[in-house]
Design a protein around this ligand. Structure first.
Ligand code: PDD
Length: 276
């Protein structure tokens, strides 16, 4: 399969330097974009977020957002990808290892590749379990950077407990999950953590907010506690490719009736109509 390396679409080989700042410092940003029926979903939103991440870490993008977008569309075509994801990352480039930015400006290193993946229909319909984990990340979780060690550790805990996700809490406040956003439903209304520095402003989250409006559901972008989470009528997570997954159990606590809730199912159905 082909990859994007800087501005060329070429065969995959070992071309990343040992002093790439992404490799050494996690000094870079990334995006994961879902591909449905050969089309990247919500590509503009992902590219806008990439541009924002770049700005926040003071990384100069190698080309315009439109050029990057076109390259990704070309890559999907070159790989004949129908269902799966695009992974794209941009690092601050290759230079002698000093923490500060390289003195002589070096070009960023851009890579993207695709991965074929089945749709997650079964888990979306059936739901899954989650575990709780303390949110030990830094205070700029709104930037989609390569520094994911806390997320990796949290997800590993989930997997070791046969769970799909680790739902993170900072003290008593639920923030998001290791690689997804979290919504709860209580008395017919939705609640999700506000899009501030404590969470990644998910593209799927944003779409769910829009769809909920269309379904006349009230969404409160407010913080809520671990106790609110465990006593919710419904809980679901949102992320690229996972779309919307009902959470039926958290640690040992059954959520609601232990089956996917009606509001979650409505939102899932509305989300599927975006690409079906
Ligand atoms: N993760 N929160 C975190 C910490 C995430 O890493 C992600 C996505 C999300 C959901 O964002 P979106 O709806 O834009 O995918 C929320 C991607 C999929 C990943 O790292 O693989």
């Amino acid at each position: 399969s082909k990859i994007l390396y800087n501005n060329q679409i070429i065969g995959r080989k070992n071309m990343i330097d040992i002093e790439d700042r992404g490799y050494q410092f996690g000094d870079g940003i990334y995006e994961v974009i879902g591909v449905y029926n050969g089309t990247p979903l919500m590509l503009d939103d992902h590219m806008e977020r990439l541009a924002r991440s770049a700005k926040e870490v003071r990384l100069t993008l190698p080309s315009t957002i439109n050029e990057l977008k076109n390259k990704l569309v070309q890559l999907v075509a070159a790989n004949d990808l129908n269902e799966g994801i695009i992974y794209m990352q941009i690092t601050r480039g290759t230079a002698a290892r000093w923490h500060e930015f390289p003195k002589n400006e070096v070009p960023p290193v851009t890579i993207a590749y695709t991965r074929a993946e089945e749709r997650m229909t079964a888990v979306e319909d059936q739901g899954a379990a989650a575990v709780l984990a303390e949110d030990i990340r830094w205070l700029r979780c709104d930037i989609k950077t390569l520094n994911l060690l806390p997320n990796v550790l949290a997800k590993q805990k989930a997997v070791e407990h046969q769970a799909i996700e680790a739902i993170l809490h900072r003290g008593n406040t639920v923030t998001e999950a290791s690689a997804s956003n979290v919504f709860i439903v209580k008395n017919g209304e939705l609640y999700t953590h506000p899009a501030n520095n404590f969470i990644l402003n998910g593209i799927t989250r944003k779409k769910v907010l829009q769809l909920s409006k269309g379904l006349n559901l009230k969404v409160n972008e407010t913080t809520y506690s671990v106790d609110d989470l465990l006593k919710a009528d419904e809980v679901f997570i949102t992320a690229t490719k996972l779309d919307i997954v009902p959470i039926l159990k958290i640690d040992d606590q059954i959520i609601g009736f232990g089956v996917p809730g009606e509001i979650t199912k409505q939102i899932l159905q509305a989300f599927r109509s975006l690409y079906e």
